[in-house]
Design a protein around this ligand. Structure first.
Ligand code: GLC
Length: 751
């Protein structure tokens, strides 16, 4: 019988089943509310064999190369067998359409594939790395950037991004701190929501929206010693007060998928962890999407020492509530046997398959499997000028002015500038790690190009000085010569892009190679000239030497495709820097972990006697960091005054309003990120010395004043005390500031 007839007869069956199917039948999947697709999914699942249902739970990698997806012949064979539900690392209209055709036209039921990819901070137009975007504290801009990423990715056949990464990161040794929103739970939760809304838009059935994926669930950023994939152990208070909330925030705005973390959590690897996936994600949060493992994570239950072999690992994963297997090949090899041996309940396979099919219906893939394969759109959407312009603005807003002595910045266009350092002309590292389909060979704008847009060539003297890594100082002399012939020195230094990101932990967080020596040599050669450091890096660095050598330091992270333009906009004052650190910069690695919202301990250092004995301090260095969470300078100054509280006694059902007057007292218009902090002075478990509970980014013209108000309810003060989520009566300190570096002056009482 011809394939067409088979297809036609199946189509008829679906129509018949569809028309007589009563939708009163209970969904086997524990979904809190019915969806418009339940009847269709039920009908389709009624036709599927066990093998075909398992096929939906399997994802393979297309191993993308520059010339196209190197999809293995095995993967193509599996697709034709109906043994594949999704592919990753395949993009472009042609690359995805060819495989989609196989799934839709060469399998018994023609169920379309999902195509997933790591669209982390842009697809073709690359935005600053996520730690940089977090430094903008600009939720609208973050949402806009991920919307642009979804426009480009969907134009090249992508349905699903493995983003946002919402892991709280407090350890600069950990390379993946670059991919998240830093150390704070409130900022991280707000940013998680912005990413999900940007990627998924308001209607997943539109062809320019893509599934988001909250990852890596959970606790990945707390890996011991900052070593990637390392053991994670924490109390439930830390888990629920710090690491879980950004994931719950993603669920609150409808994130469609989750990804498991590689790490174990308190002895149970995430990919086999019922507590986090069934008790918390499904039962407590009522998450209705599907869960995918991280790459080969099911197999890794064996080296974790949690499964005796990959077959047992397969059982443990589906029992824990994991719906899709990324690249372990475990579900294909073992799941059917496990069901037939009575070791895995087929209802679990039905649950997983249903969630995945529902998602494909939501994307409209059953209506039109090729709706993301439009060549015309692919040509029109990629690298749109307005996308590149948006990336330029994000780069400027992500930059953090850490130091600016004696107005070293902004630059004067009439001065001759020496541009020195290994990253001055860089067009490869500037787009950072996880740069998706970004171009590393020439598309990006280097700092050198950006500066030249402001200065004619005669005013720029370039010398590389040294490489990012290595011991070679043979370039020092030409760099010194350049510095001597210039009015001011700009040094663009930092890390290689693959010194952060996955499997890129460092035990030394100083500038690599001879870069610091180069800065010392320049400082010695031109002791009276201003030196401005421009940093490109994926983590907080130990800048304890550089801060004594440079007059100004601008942290630009890896600023993306339009990075050179955005950085130059800041350097020349077209954009007055407004970035604030989303993560603490330590004085030395020996202080790590160090973050602003630590606990007070029983022996805090008395502020009026920092040298007092037997206090919680070091004998060789002060407790404070080099640069604190929330720190970031401007070319202007902002005066905070007239702090007011609507009441100093707040009831549990009241709303307390805190307000501040803020005035731009300097010479530049600019944005200021105004931050609200509280301190719960006494709790049934100890509470952090400070907690960010709100922020507003406000634009003030020079001389302008505004009054900003923040509302606080008892709900905002809730926390987990190792037994319940609670909010307890007592005294709270409260402040509205421009960073976390302050002492409280005001209190209110909750009663
Ligand atoms: C990687 C990463 C994960 C990514 C996945 C697919 O190992 O841990 O963040 O989404 O594999 O590339």
């Amino acid at each position: 019988m011809s394939k067409t007839l088979t297809k036609f007869s199946i189509f008829l069956i679906i129509i018949i089943v569809f028309s007589c199917h009563s939708n009163t039948e209970k969904n086997p999947t524990k979904l809190s509310e019915p969806t418009p697709y339940d009847v269709k999914v039920d009908s389709l699942m009624g036709l599927m064999t066990l093998r075909e249902k398992i096929g939906q739970t399997i994802m393979y990698s297309g191993g993308w190369t520059v010339t196209g997806p190197t999809v293995s012949s095995n993967n193509k064979k599996y697709i034709k067998e109906g043994n594949v539900g999704a592919m990753l690392n395949v993009y472009s209209v042609k690359g995805t359409r060819d495989l989609q055709k196989m799934a839709v036209e060469e399998t018994r039921l023609g169920i379309p594939l999902l195509f997933g990819y790591d669209v982390i901070h842009g697809f073709r137009t690359i935005f600053p790395i996520n730690l940089g975007l977090a430094a903008s504290w600009d939720l609208e801009d973050i949402e806009k950037g991920s919307r642009i990423a979804a426009e480009e990715a969907s134009a090249e056949g992508i349905h699903w991004t493995f983003a946002p990464m919402v892991d709280i990161g407090r350890d600069p040794r950990w390379g993946r701190i670059s991919e998240g929103a830093g150390e704070d739970v409130y900022l991280g939760s707000e940013i998680a929501k912005a990413y999900v809304k940007g990627f998924q838009g308001d209607d997943l059935s539109k062809h320019n929206t893509i599934l988001a994926c909250a990852k890596h669930f959970v606790g990945y950023g707390a890996a011991q010693a900052g070593r990637d994939y390392h053991t994670v152990n924490m109390g439930e208070d830390e888990l629920r007060n710090v690491y879980l909330p950004p994931f719950e925030a993603a669920v609150d705005v409808g994130v469609e998928t989750f990804m498991t973390a590689f790490n174990e959590l308190n002895g149970v690897p995430a990919t086999g962890n019922k507590f986090i996936f069934r008790d918390i994600l499904r039962d407590e949060w009522d998450f209705n999407g599907f869960v995918v493992t991280d790459y080969t994570a099911i197999n890794e239950l064996v080296p974790h020492g949690f499964a005796k072999d990959e077959k047992e690992a397969t059982k443990l994963a589906i029992d824990a509530g994991i719906d899709m297997d990324m690249m372990s090949d475990a579900n294909r090899l073992y799941l059917e046997a496990l069901v037939n041996e009575g070791k895995v309940d087929i209802a679990l396979i039905d649950d997983a398959c249903r969630r995945i099919l529902l998602t494909k219906y939501k994307l409209g893939l059953f209506d039109d499997p090729y709706r993301y394969c439009n060549e015309q759109r692919e040509k029109e959407v990629i690298y749109k000028p307005e996308f590149l312009e948006a990336a330029r603005k994000s780069a400027a807003m992500s930059s953090v002015l850490l130091k600016n002595d004696d107005k070293a910045l902004p630059l004067d266009k009439n001065q001759t500038i020496a541009l020195i350092g290994p990253l001055v002309k860089d067009k490869e590292n500037i787009i950072g790690n996880w740069a998706a389909a970004g171009d590393r060979k020439g598309k990006a704008i280097s700092v050198y190009q950006g500066v030249q847009e402001y200065l004619n060539k005669a005013k720029v003297i370039y010398a590389k000085g040294c490489e990012i890594e290595g011991d070679d100082d043979s370039g020092f002399q030409s760099a010194i010569k350049a510095a001597r012939h210039a009015d001011k020195v700009l040094m663009v230094v930092g890390e290689d892009y693959d010194m952060s990101g996955e499997a890129a932990s460092r035990t030394n967080i100083k500038l690599p190679g001879r870069q610091t020596d180069l800065i010392k040599a320049i400082r010695k050669a031109v002791p009276n000239k201003k030196i401005v450091l421009i940093l490109m890096n994926g983590r907080p660095l130990d800048l304890s030497e550089e801060v004594t050598l440079a007059d100004a330091i601008l942290e630009t992270w890896f600023p993306g495709t339009s990075g050179g333009h955005g950085v130059a906009d800041v350097l020349f004052g077209s954009y007055n820097p407004s970035g604030k650190l989303p993560v603490t910069f330590p004085r030395t690695l020996g202080q790590v972990p160090i973050y602003y919202n630590m606990k007070n301990t029983g022996r805090p250092i008395p502020p009026n006697n920092p040298k007092e004995d037997y206090k919680s301090n070091y004998i060789d260095i002060q407790n404070t960091p080099l640069f604190s969470f929330g720190h970031g300078l401007s070319y202007t100054n902002y005066d905070y005054s007239d702090f007011k509280l609507s009441t100093t006694t707040m009831g549990f059902s009241d709303t307390l309003t805190a307000s501040i007057s803020i005035t731009n007292t300097g010479d530049y218009d600019g944005y200021e990120v105004v931050q609200l902090y509280v301190h719960d002075k006494v709790g049934s478990i100890t509470r952090p010395v400070k907690e960010l509970k709100g922020f507003k980014k406000v634009f003030l013209k020079k001389g302008e004043s505004q009054t900003l108000s923040f509302n606080l309810t008892a709900e905002d003060l809730k926390y987990y005390n190792n037994e319940i989520f609670t909010v307890e009566p007592g005294e709270f300190e409260i402040a509205i500031k421009g960073s976390s570096e302050f002492d409280f002056e005001h209190t209110f009482t909750l009663e």
